[in-house]
Design a protein around this ligand. Structure first.
Ligand code: ATP
Ligand code: ATP
Ligand code: CA
Length: 218
């Protein structure tokens, strides 16, 4: 059976989630207060509905309870975002992901029980900044305030050596969880794996350790 999702708020962020979910073969109900926005998604989403989602009776009437995961992508109107999340929670939606506009918005969303709070502009800023200061860090995903996963391009200092030769975990505290090699990905590489040119290392560790590894090892 296909997974069923609902996305509330069809701005650039919500709209992109709708398109990608459809691409991934999921069923998606796209919801927005603006009927023009809804019209844009009539031919893209499985269903597109115009509704003010701050109104509990409206949410019930569109059957929002039946969706296993609902995304709230209302940005600018923080009040509407918070009220919508609260209503979804009251109705008993199992999983709610909400886009936060700023840190206090995020705090409120967590307090009222949002399961996942995302901060796309802030997170993308962090990723791009990391990419700007280092030519080797291709991508950066924060796991918490302290820990991250980074994609790091191997250079000639590493190529030809094994993980044991480089003694990466012992020296830098980071773990290589996978190596991307062209179209292939070696998950949990063995310690005797030799790094090749063009390899991309997927490294997990504290931000401090990752940066130490990136500066000292490469
Ligand atoms: P973007 O992702 O483009 O940056 P944004 O985060 O700036 O968008 P907005 O454009 O402010 O977000 O809002 C996203 C959508 O949420 C808009 O299309 C808006 O019509 C919709 N929206 C706002 N209030 C409600 C509401 N009460 N019920 C349903 N949809 C709403
Ligand atoms: P440790 O005592 O660090 O757990 P180990 O007993 O697991 O090491 P090996 O697996 O043989 O020993 O690895 C030897 C060394 O090679 C490790 O101490 C570490 O520095 C490095 N190493 C091996 N695999 C990885 C990896 N996936 N990521 C980072 N470093 C690794
Ligand atoms: Ca915006």
């Amino acid at each position: 059976m296909k997974k069923e999702f609902a996305v509330i708020g069809l701005g650039r962020f919500g709209g992109s989630i709708v398109r990608e979910l459809i691409e991934l073969d999921a069923d998606v109900m796209a919801i927005d207060i603006s009927s023009e926005r809804v019209d844009e998604y009539a031919h893209i989403a499985t269903q597109a509905v115009a509704a003010d989602t701050t109104d509990e009776s409206v949410l019930r009437s569109i059957g929002i309870r039946n969706f296993e995961h609902v995304v709230v992508a209302i940005g600018e109107n923080i009040q509407a975002s918070i009220l919508t999340t609260l209503m979804l929670k009251e109705i008993g939606v199992k999983k709610i992901t909400v886009k936060a506009q700023n840190d206090s918005h995020e705090k409120v969303l967590r307090k009222i029980g949002a399961d996942q709070v995302v901060h796309p502009e802030r997170d993308m800023g962090i990723r791009i900044a990391n990419n700007m200061v280092s030519n080797n860090i291709l991508d950066y995903l924060e796991l918490s305030d302290e820990y991250s996963i980074a994609e790091i391009k191997a250079n000639d200092k590493l190529v030809g050596s094994t993980l044991i030769d480089l003694d990466i975990r012992a020296k830098y505290g980071v773990n290589i969880v996978a190596i991307k090699r062209g179209k292939h990905i070696l998950v949990s590489p063995q310690a005797i794996e030799k790094i090749r040119l063009e390899d991309i290392l997927i490294v997990i560790g504290s931000d401090e350790e990752i940066h130490k590894f990136e500066k000292k090892a490469l």
